[in-house]
Design a protein around this ligand. Structure first.
Ligand code: CP
Length: 328
């Protein structure tokens, strides 16, 4: 076909050849990431942070489009993926304010939704309430699919940004004692982070009420890994000697029996008084949103790392997007 002479193709630089360890990959589970890949992502994420600090926004993927489709509410994950694309010079199809405005509300299947989105986008970011939905979407789509949380299943990009934050704040991961507290049963961030941490030499402490204990199959994996691990319902048992306290909210939306939720919803509160017991260099993390387990009065404590953690999410997601699109 003859092109309009106004399209001067000779003046347009050729697209760079795709490159990098992650090119073309779906991001579905933390099981995909060994330590080499994690180090690679962290190096790229540090570069992204440096570039954002220096120039704010830069054209690494100006020719790329991401479709962000969220079947569950989100503030951090959706907005940090969108910001990540924009800071890399790319564009976004945002279906994040409720799929009720998309054809999903007319009964379109997840597979068909993917087969259509891939006609417009180079990568799909998906949050869905069902475990395994991201895998199903990836098998329908020929472009990379990034799991932005599948029900109580996994949240791999959150786990990577959590791990990045631990490394960034404390300068190491090996050798640390890490406590996870709150809703360990339904908290997908806890499940994903636990699996990633099994690649490191860490001690693990799980703090929850009985009904919110870590699922048995995951606890068995931790035990089989040979890590030093303890479970308790008492924060006082761990607060003095952990390096990281990873707090989660109790996930009301996952309870079928709301009276059970009422019994455990205010089980823990990390107040400034509680923090008096903690190490001077300990950090408090939270994937957010918080709903009472950390009061705002803690925010001025330099050990409160949760907003820095949220910011790190953008750098890690920039690294992942650039990676799967072959521009890392
Ligand atoms: N941490 C996290 O997944 O937050 P959102 O639900 O706001 O995306």
């Amino acid at each position: 076909m003859e092109l309009n002479p106004l399209f001067n193709l000779d003046a347009i630089p050729a697209r760079p050849e795709p490159t990098g360890l992650l090119y073309g990959e779906d991001v579905l589970s933390v099981a995909q990431f060994d330590r080499d890949k994690i180090d690679y992502i962290f190096t790229r994420a540090n570069e992204m942070r440096e570039m954002v600090k220096r120039v704010g926004k830069f054209d690494l993927i100006p020719d790329k489009v991401a479709a962000c489709i969220f079947y569950e509410p989100s503030t951090r994950t959706s907005s940090s993926f969108i910001a990540a694309m924009q800071r890399l010079g790319g564009s976004v199809i945002p279906i994040t304010s409720g799929v009720s405005f998309s054809s999903v509300s007319k009964g379109e299947t997840l597979g068909d939704t993917m087969r259509v989105l891939e006609q417009y986008a180079d990568v799909v970011v998906l949050r869905h309430p069902e475990v395994g939905a991201a895998k199903e979407a990836a098998s329908a789509a020929s472009v990379p699919v990034i799991n932005a949380g599948d029900g109580p299943g996994e949240h791999p990009t959150q786990a990577l940004l959590d791990l990045f934050t631990i490394q960034d704040e404390l300068g190491q991961i090996d050798g640390l004692k890490i406590a996870m507290l709150g809703d360990l049963r339904y908290g997908r961030t806890v499940h994903s982070l636990t699996k990633l941490l099994l690649q490191y030499d860490v001690q693990l402490r799980y703090v929850s009420p009985e009904v919110l204990r870590l699922p048995m199959n995951l606890m068995n994996r931790v035990i089989d890994s040979g890590r030093n691990v303890r479970e308790t319902y008492s924060l006082a048992d761990v607060i003095r000697d952990v390096d990281v306290l990873y707090v989660t909210r109790v996930q009301k939306e996952r309870f079928s029996d709301l009276s059970q939720y009422e019994q455990v919803k205010n089980f823990y509160e990390i107040t400034p008084e509680v923090m008096e017991e903690a190490k001077e260099k300990m950090i408090v993390m939270h994937p957010l949103p918080r709903v009472g387990e950390i009061p705002e009065s803690l925010d001025s404590d330099p050990r409160a790392a949760y907003f820095r953690q949220a910011q790190n999410g953008m750098y890690v997601r920039m690294a992942l997007l650039a990676g799967v699109l072959g521009r890392a």
